[in-house]
Design a protein around this ligand. Structure first.
Ligand code: NAP
Length: 460
């Protein structure tokens, strides 16, 4: 089967690749196993040197790589440059901190002496999504390469050129063959690979369906897995919030990455005393967005990542309307070539609407008016997802109290859910399990090995 690189701004195919054969995949796994034998013994300083080289190359090639991202998945080119910068920061962060994070932990047991040593486990498979083609790979590859594991990446089929560019950067940075390998294969084949005895762990970022498929295989074959899945983050605005600031962040939270973010603000839950003012200002801002070519500097909202994604979200909006929701703004595809969708504003979304519990992966804001703080919390928690969320209030103590009651992996006060190299990232409930980034993200694919020492004369 062939894999196509398509520009979503025009829906024109720009390049076609052949999928890797079974033999080529088998050889890649074998090489990764071979390289693990030496990489696990390589000094931290050498591993760090490689990651600093990768970070340096990302910075050097920022412009061309950003344009490649925009070409393949439609992100605004300035945001794509931001993604490359963040990815470089992640590689540097692990290069700088991994050795300290992975140092022996000396225990203080009742009997004898003991320590926990952090050892690599072997070849890992990372299944990655298209929405942040470099950042997603960075947050999986950087910690695991520092741990001493070796990496096979199955990237999303719509970003083959980005996937190849990342592998080339590793090669140019001096990575031994087999340390980081791009597998140009379909999603289904990635799930089948989990059964391979040579692969010791798997991490997937993507949809619940793909996550369930990977987790089923991982469970069947007793492999460690990490899943970073979808989200439907609540953006709660309390009565004491700075409304204008909240509106500004609401726009960013919803349309950053053309709305295709797992941690995008998707459900806007506003206390009724300020709801009308907030909704009016938010709607006006969305209505004024400049929609167009993501390569152009003045554009504020680009196309979705693919024609398929645009068809899917337009259909979701139609189903929402049929189920009783009201479309206050937008709601349709743009009448122009490319995977464009209007910025859309929906109200009257009730629990009996068939799309109430679905994730809107595009520029569609769903608005809810609630009586008070408690109703806001209850509504935020009425979701199968548990990724992130935000609370807007001038009272930080109150914000922390509300954050504490929201069932998600991350809550941001006075900011949409976000990410940075030194903060843990991940969800709960239907958003998956495990963490990436920060010290926590380092320990997912590590054998925390107990070493206990007894003197020969010690009784146990
Ligand atoms: P997707 O269809 O699940 O694709 C993600 C990756 O999984 C791709 O590499 C895909 O390969 C692969 N895949 C698809 N079906 C598979 C299967 N049965 N077994 C193994 N791998 C499979 O997701 P998407 O539509 O690209 O991404 C959007 C979703 O990802 C949203 O729900 C979003 O919220 C979530 N996401 C979550 C995070 C997070 O950190 N929590 C971050 C970003 C995105 P192909 O491309 O070849 O199909």
């Amino acid at each position: 089967m062939s894999i196509q690189s398509t520009n979503p701004a025009t829906n024109k195919v720009v390049k076609t690749f052949e999928e890797m054969s079974e033999t080529a995949v088998d050889q890649s796994i074998a090489k990764s196993v071979e390289t693990f034998a030496s990489w696990k013994k390589t000094a931290y300083s050498k591993r760090a040197e490689l990651l600093h080289n990768v970070a340096g190359l990302l910075r050097k090639k920022k412009k061309e790589l950003a344009e490649l991202i925009t070409l393949e998945m439609g992100k605004l080119v300035a945001q794509a440059e931001g993604e490359i910068k963040l990815s470089a920061e992640i590689f540097d962060y692990y290069a700088n901190h991994a050795e300290a994070f992975l140092a022996d932990k000396i225990l203080n047991p009742v009997h004898g002496q003991a320590l926990v040593r952090h050892s690599p486990i072997g070849v890992l498979l990372g299944v990655q999504p298209w929405n942040f083609p470099f950042y997603q790979v960075a947050r999986f590859a950087a910690p695991n390469i520092m741990v001493g594991n070796t990496i096979l990446i199955k990237h999303a089929s719509i970003v083959p050129q980005c996937a190849i560019a990342i592998e080339e950067i590793f090669t140019e940075a001096g990575a031994p063959i087999g340390l980081y390998t791009n597998l140009l294969i379909s999603g289904k084949r990635a799930s089948v690979l989990v059964a391979d005895k040579r692969i010791k762990g798997v991490s997937l970022t993507g949809s619940e369906a793909a996550g369930a498929s990977i987790a089923t295989e991982a469970g069947k074959h007793l492999k460690k897995s990490v899943l970073e899945l979808g989200g439907s983050d609540a953006f709660i605005v309390l009565d004491d919030a700075d409304i204008d600031k909240a509106v500004e962040w609401a726009v960013v939270g919803r349309i950053n990455n053309n709305g295709e973010c797992c941690i995008a603000s998707k459900r806007f839950i506003v206390v009724e005393s300020i709801a009308d003012e907030f909704f009016e200002k938010f709607k006006n801002k969305l209505a004024g967005l400049v929609i167009g070519n993501p390569m152009e500097a003045g554009t504020q909202l680009g196309p979705l990542s693919s024609e398929e994604a645009a068809v899917k979200i337009a259909d979701q909006v139609k189903r929402a309307e049929a189920g009783g929701a009201k479309i206050i703004l937008g709601g349709k595809r743009m009448e122009q070539p490319g995977a464009y969708m209007e910025a859309t504003f929906i109200t009257n979304m009730l629990p009996d609407n068939p799309v109430y519990y679905e994730e809107f992966f595009g520029p569609v804001a769903v608005l809810f008016k609630v009586k008070n703080e408690q109703e806001a919390i209850d509504l935020a928690n009425d979701s199968p997802f548990g990724l992130g969320g935000s609370v807007f209030t001038k009272d930080i103590e109150r914000g922390i109290r509300v954050a504490d009651q929201i069932d998600t992996g991350m809550v941001f006060i006075n900011h949409p859910t976000w990410t940075q190299a030194d903060l843990p990232f991940g969800g709960t409930k239907g958003s998956g399990y495990g963490r990436e980034l920060s010290e926590l993200g380092m320990y997912e694919f590590v054998n925390k090995k107990l070493i206990r020492i007894s003197e020969l004369s010690d009784p146990f």
